[in-house]
Design a protein around this ligand. Structure first.
Ligand code: MN
Length: 129
């Protein structure tokens, strides 16, 4: 069973998305801000991280940059979840080290396809964004 770390500060979004992912068969742990995400990922590395970008304490952009600097967390794929459909967000996500990018509201079948693609290609060189 693949283990997902879901990082989302909005309780309603967190509860809803985690339940939907668990129904798909994933094991889901959660963090509410960027610092919690870094601590959780270093303590018990998940298979993949879904990272809201707008987060308190440390935002998703900075948390991803930091995670990609630690050798123990750098290989973990990070999917950026952003409410903004701005054209430069994709580039910004790539610069931060995100492996993929999904806009809110989350399209679950599309998100699951992205998760499965990243889990399948994990360890392969180069980004997929
Ligand atoms: Mn947020």
């Amino acid at each position: 069973m693949s283990r997902i770390l879901l990082v989302e500060d909005n309780e309603m979004n967190r509860d809803m998305l985690s339940r939907r992912l668990m129904r798909k068969g994933y094991e889901v742990s959660m963090a509410e801000d960027g610092q919690q995400a870094i601590d959780a990922a270093r303590q018990n590395p998940p298979d993949i991280i879904l990272m809201d970008m707008s987060l308190p304490v440390i935002d998703g952009w900075e948390a991803t940059r930091l995670l990609k600097q630690f050798p123990d967390t750098a290989p973990i794929p990070v999917v950026a979840l952003t409410a903004h459909a701005l054209s430069d967000d994709r580039e910004k996500a790539a610069r931060a080290g995100c492996d993929a990018y999904e806009t809110k509201p989350i399209d679950l079948p599309r998100l699951v396809a992205t998760i499965e693609r990243l889990l399948a290609s994990r360890g392969a060189p180069g980004g997929t964004l």
